[in-house]
Ligand binder design. Structure first.
Ligand SMILES: Cc1cc2nc3c(=O)[nH]c(=O)nc-3n(C[C@H](O)[C@H](O)[C@H](O)COP(=O)(O)O)c2cc1C
Ligand code: SF4
Length: 519
């Protein structure tokens, strides 16, 4: 009898809702009933409302059950789930679920399907094709391919990746570095983590290609300290890749070297800002460096450094494997390729969606997200992390892409969307944004360090209904100063959530003391 393969994710989100207990229960039950099974710990498919999602491999495909609790396990065995038996938690063939069939997964093509640390699985599902292709190319041709693909940085600013690489390649130096920004500090984001835990060789491949492109022999991955599982899985993936000759002194037998190290971050939001991150990597306190010089010219230890978000680097193997023309056919306008969108907050179907740029915000939160989890109407969504704008429902027809979002005073950032129902108080959310800036400020410049603290006080007076009209004028003045005078985007972008809340939800700021007293 051959063992039946049962998949239970080892992704941190699945573990948080009991995947570890489910595995123990399945093992114990199978032993007691004499069923021969092989448990595979895969990554998550990104349907978090179904986690822990248990899948059974059958001739017709992988049949899913979820969300499974340890207490459900005996019932699943009674229902014959190892043969795909029917059960209230049965979801059918997982690959056929509408959430997955409507996606265009390039970066996340393998996530949740393969065993994350199996190189055989990685190769069998198209892994290393991009790196193998890159090894046949001139460095300048690799840079050209990435430039032509239209890939823009997925970490927030949307800067063209190929141009950054070209700058680093052209900077004269003996030593260059590739740094992956996996600090992922934005609220409601988890895509970087999912790749490190669910498909780590993809990032390794992308970084090795970047190394070849700019002649860098050393890379670092800066992983946020709140991601212990990602750090463990990714460190193990580096070890295996070194042993297999994918990393090290002789990448895939090419004679080219690329060494990689994973580093745990310092636990501050500002360490996601690229120059702060470099300071932190050098062992110093994470404070912002002034630019210029750009890190591409003078970065880590003063050497030319490519610093890219994890998702930017993880898009590169597909571009090299399939060609820039293939990649740039996805998307609209100047937003090319696909974007991993992360849906979180008060939403019925939270999780990871990868789609070409261009579907509307409403399609995402109401269509794919299925509205709020509480069942109350959506009132606002915040897009792009704690510095992103709050969007009212009447702007839900905005296409999800860089320029369309900027035109309406927002940004897509790292693709995180946090949903709020009609019980949200946008004045309190604006205060939260200011307080976030005050707490996370690196302190290097006055508009951010002092401005955010004064901003919290002004918002407190507004919320208390004190002198509201004058305080709102003061708030506008203060945010203008923060936007124009801050050294980095932490202070510079804090006005975005604050002013979007004020502009789109003015009724929440209309707090006359009398009205409050009457409540
Ligand atoms: C306060 C602040 C926090 C940031 N946090 C992150 C982060 O967590 N991850 C990230 O990739 N970029 C973050 N960024 C953007 C980086 O500074 C930088 O633009 C990015 O890593 C460049 O990579 P990309 O071109 O691939 O987007 C942050 C920026 C600021 C101002
Ligand atoms: S804006 Fe804030 S975080 Fe950025 S450099 Fe100034 S003080 Fe530091």
């Amino acid at each position: 009898m051959t063992a039946i393969r049962v998949f239970v994710p080892q992704d941190a989100a699945a573990l948080a809702v009991g995947a570890g207990r489910v595995v123990s229960a399945i093992r114990a039950e199978a032993l007691a009933r004499g069923c021969e099974i092989e448990i595979v710990r895969n990554g998550s498919r990104g349907m978090f409302w179904l986690e822990p999602l248990v899948e059974v491999e059958l001739p017709q495909g992988r049949v899913g059950y979820g969300p499974v609790a340890a207490s459900d396990v005996p019932g699943l065995f009674d229902a014959g789930f190892l043969q795909g038996g029917s059960h209230p938690l049965a979801k059918g063939i997982v690959a056929d679920l509408p959430w997955l069939t409507c996606q265009q997964r390039l970066t996340f093509a393998r996530c949740g399907i393969t065993a994350p640390l199996s190189l055989d699985d990685y190769r069998a599902h198209g892994g290393l094709v991009g790196l193998t292709a890159a090894l046949q190319m001139d460095p300048a041709a690799i840079v050209e391919e990435v430039t032509k693909s239209g890939l823009r940085g997925r970490g927030g600013a949307g800067f063209p990746t190929g141009i950054k690489w070209r700058t680093a390649a052209a900077a004269p130096a003996e030593q260059r570095y590739i740094v992956c920004n996996a600090d992922e500090g934005d609220s409601g984001t988890f895509a970087d983590r999912m790749i490190m835990e669910g498909d780590p060789y993809l990032l390794i491949e992308g970084m090795a290609i970047a190394g070849l492109a700019v002649n860098a022999t050393k890379g670092f991955v800066y992983i946020r300290s709140e991601y212990p599982h990602a750090f463990k899985t990714f460190s193990e993936a580096i070890r295996i890749a070194e042993e297999a000759g994918i990393l090290g002194g002789d990448v895939l037998g090419s004679g080219r070297a690329f060494h990689l190290e994973a580093r745990l971050g310092a636990g501050a939001y500002i360490c996601g800002e690229e120059t702060s991150l470099l300071e932190s990597l050098e062992g110093k306190r994470g404070t912002v460096r002034k630019k210029p010089p750009l890190p591409a010219i003078e970065g880590l230890f003063g050497k030319p450094t490519i610093i890219n978000n994890l998702l930017s680097l993880a898009a590169v193997p597909t571009i090299l494997a399939m060609g820039s023309a293939f990649y740039q056919e996805f998307g609209i306008g100047r937003s090319r390729g696909t974007m991993p969108i992360q849906l979180a907050g008060n939403v019925a179907h939270g999780g990871l969606i990868e789609r070409a740029f261009g579907l509307t915000l409403g399609d995402i939160v109401e269509g794919l997200g299925g509205g709020t989890r509480t069942g109350r109407p959506i009132r606002a969504v915040q897009v792009g992390g704690p510095l992103g704008a709050y969007w009212p429902t009447h702007l839900f027809d905005t296409p999800f892409e860089y320029e369309a979002f900027a035109a309406k005073g927002g940004m897509i950032g790292h693709g995180g969307i946090v949903v709020f129902d009609d019980s949200v108080d946008l004045a309190k959310q604006a205060r939260f944004a200011m307080e976030f800036c005050a707490i996370e400020s690196c302190g290097k410049c006055t508009p951010c360090r002092v401005g955010s603290t004064r901003g919290v006080e002004v918002l407190d007076r507004i919320i208390a209904g004190e002198d509201v009209v004058n305080q709102i004028t003061l708030l506008q003045d203060l945010t203008e100063l923060m936007r124009d005078g801050s050294l980095c985007a932490l202070g510079g972008l804090t006005p975005m959530p604050v002013l979007s809340a004020l502009t789109h939800f003015p009724e929440d700021f209309d707090r006359a003391p009398l009205a409050q007293a009457a409540e």
